[in-house]
Design a protein around this ligand. Structure first.
Ligand SMILES: [Fe+2]
Length: 268
C-alpha cells in the first residue's frame, strides 16, 4: 500500500499550499509582497495532464498573490508518460495564471534539453515573461523592487555527468540599478553559494525535495550539496533561499513525504 501510494496517489492527486512569511535582510519591512510560486510541472499524462495543470493554476490564482512566478522544468523526461502534453497545450493551460503585478518564468534544465525555443514560445504565449539572465523593475517609488532570473546551471549536457550552465548571475545583477530590493529566480539551488547579499531572497525548484523525503531527510537529491538545499527555507550568512518541492515528477514517477505544492511567499 505505501508503494502504491507513493507511485500513484501522492504524485497525481495531492496538492498542498505551503506558506512562508519572512522579511529577510535587504527587504523593507513596510514593503508587502505576496508571491505565488510554481515549479517543476513536468507536463504529461498520467501525472500532469491538462486538467491537473488547470487545478494547479486555479489554486495559485485563488491565493490572490501580487506576483506569480514559475521556476522551470515544464518538460517531462521520464519514461512513464502515457500521453505527451505539447508545449503549446501546456501554454494554453498556463494562460489563465494571473497576478496583478504580472507572471514571470525561467526555464529548467529539462526545458533546455528538450528544445528551449519551444518552451520560450510556450511561456511567451501563456503571458509569462521570461527572465533568462534578465532583471525587471516592478512597482513604483517606495514600493519598487527588482525581479531577476537566471538560466539553468545544467542547460547543456556535455556527457559523462558534466554540464555547461547558461546562467549569468553577474550579467543579471549588472542590469539592477539603484538600491531597490531584489528577488532572484533560479532553477537550481546550487547557485546559492554564489548569490551576493544584494539579493534579498532567492527562489528555486529543481530538487523536488528529493521526491522521497522522510523525517526531513531526502536520500537522493539532484544537487552537489546533498540535503543542504533539498527543500524549504535555507538561511546562510544572513542570505535567504526558498526551495520548493515543486509539482511534478522526473526520473521515477514517485513522490513520498514531499507532496506536490504551490508556494505562497509573503514578504514584509
Ligand atoms: Fe530541474
Amino acid at each position: 500500500m505505501p508503494a502504491a501510494y507513493g507511485f500513484a496517489i501522492e504524485p497525481a492527486w495531492r496538492l498542498e499550499v505551503v506558506r512562508y512569511a519572512l522579511t529577510p535582510p535587504g527587504w523593507p519591512a513596510e514593503l508587502k509582497l505576496r508571491i505565488a510560486v510554481l515549479a517543476d510541472l513536468h507536463v504529461g499524462e498520467p501525472f500532469m495532464g491538462l486538467s491537473r495543470i488547470g487545478r494547479i493554476v486555479d489554486t495559485a490564482n485563488d491565493l490572490r498573490a501580487d506576483l506569480a512566478v514559475v521556476l522551470g522544468d515544464y518538460h517531462a523526461s521520464h519514461r512513464f508518460i502515457t500521453r505527451v502534453v505539447l508545449p503549446e497545450e501546456a501554454s494554453m493551460a498556463l494562460r489563465r495564471l494571473r497576478a496583478p503585478m504580472g507572471q514571470y518564468a525561467i526555464l529548467g534544465n529539462h526545458d533546455y534539453w528538450s528544445g528551449a525555443q519551444l518552451w520560450r514560445r510556450a511561456m511567451r504565449d501563456a503571458g509569462l515573461r521570461l527572465l533568462e539572465n534578465r532583471a525587471v523593475r516592478l512597482g513604483e517609488g517606495e514600493t519598487a523592487f527588482w525581479l531577476g532570473g537566471v538560466a539553468s546551471m545544467l542547460a547543456i549536457r556535455l556527457g559523462g555527468g558534466r554540464f555547461h550552465g547558461l546562467h549569468n548571475l553577474p550579467g543579471m545583477l549588472h542590469q539592477v540599478k539603484g538600491d531597490a530590493p531584489l528577488i532572484l529566480l533560479a532553477h537550481e539551488p546550487d547557485i546559492f553559494p554564489t548569490v551576493p547579499a544584494r539579493v534579498a531572497l532567492t527562489l528555486c525548484g529543481h530538487t523536488h525535495g528529493g521526491q522521497v523525503r522522510l523525517a526531513g531527510y531526502s536520500p537522493v537529491v539532484p544537487s552537489k550539496f546533498g540535503n543542504r538545499y533539498a527543500y524549504g527555507h535555507v538561511v546562510e550568512d544572513g542570505r535567504h533561499m526558498i526551495v520548493t518541492g515543486g509539482l511534478g515528477v522526473s526520473m521515477m514517477p514517485v513522490r513520498l513525504g514531499v507532496p506536490p505544492e504551490v508556494v505562497l511567499v509573503e514578504l514584509g
